[in-house]
Design a protein. Structure first.
Length: 287
């Protein structure tokens, strides 16, 4: 047991050294140092999840491209990188124990906004495959789910369970639930015209017994042909509330210009696939 602990400590130390060298090589400075907290992760603030990469590449991805990145959570067991738009100091109540994870945060979070060169790759990071056209909002605001500016007939869902209809997806309502036998539950909003979407906020059903783990963001100009927001060739998974008493805000890594937005629920726990329930708001601006 002692040997295993020593070996784990050595691996962690080597990882931190490699991360330190990577950040120095990328930014030409030693002012950006990531500090690790073992066995902890930040819940509800992940705006991008990438599988199959190392902890070092996870940090590099945070530094080299994502201006919203404030910290990362890395699952060593499954090689999963979660890029967060918040720090633990801001949200200590959602900084939870998780044995497989190590939480990394810069000692100077303002440094994370710099566009450093990619470590061991091209000086230009691979762009995120998103909409055919991207957009920019000088000021993002709620698009109208909560206020009712988006009417009920512009909200559609894949299925309905127990009377929790599509209009219950508004933050002021109880929450929509998909049918128990719906294998791929989704909710879709028709914004009527092209709009720029920058952020999504979602929460559990009001009775606090139903919520979602993760979801994908799909977008379309015609409501028929949809694309999925991706990082390169990999679909991005965004965190849902994850617990019955939390809310989750996801800042999109690049703003999406589209008329139709569809949220496709991807619950990671088999036992909760029948519990696809939530409510949400879109943020952005109209073109």
């Amino acid at each position: 047991m002692m040997a295993n602990r020593q070996w784990t400590a050595i691996i962690d130390l080597l990882t931190m050294v490699e991360i330190f060298l990577a950040t120095c090589c990328m930014c030409g400075t030693i002012s950006t140092i990531f500090r690790a907290t073992e066995g902890r992760t930040l819940i509800g603030h992940t705006f991008m999840e990438i599988s199959g990469i190392s902890a070092v590449k996870c940090v590099v991805l945070c530094l080299s491209y994502h201006h919203e990145c404030r910290s990362i959570s890395y699952d060593h067991m499954n090689a999963v990188c979660r890029i967060n738009n918040a720090s633990k100091e801001e949200f200590m109540t959602t900084f939870h124990p998780e044995p497989n994870y190590t939480f990394y945060e810069s000692d100077n979070s303002s440094q994370l906004a710099r566009n450093c060169l990619s470590y061991g790759s091209s000086p230009h990071p691979e762009p995120i495959s998103s909409s055919k056209t991207v957009c920019d909002c000088s000021t993002s605001q709620a698009m109208g789910m909560e206020s009712g500016q988006i009417p009920d007939n512009k909200i559609s869902v894949s299925s309905v369970r127990d009377g929790f209809f599509a209009n219950n997806t508004r933050l002021t309502n109880g929450g929509w639930c998909a049918a128990e036998d719906d294998p791929h539950p989704w909710v879709q909003v028709d914004l009527d015209t092209q709009a720029c979407i920058t952020k999504i906020k979602c929460g559990p059903r009001t009775d606090l017994t139903r919520y979602i783990d993760t979801y994908k963001v799909l977008y379309s100009d015609d409501g028929v042909n949809f694309n999925t927001l991706q990082n390169g060739t990999m679909d991005i998974l965004f965190d849902g509330p994850r617990t019955a008493r939390s809310w989750a805000e996801a800042t999109l890594p690049t703003a999406v210009s589209a008329r139709f937005i569809r949220l496709l629920i991807v619950n990671t726990e088999q036992s909760r696939k029948i519990d696809a329930c939530f409510k949400f708001e879109l943020y952005g601006c109209r073109n």
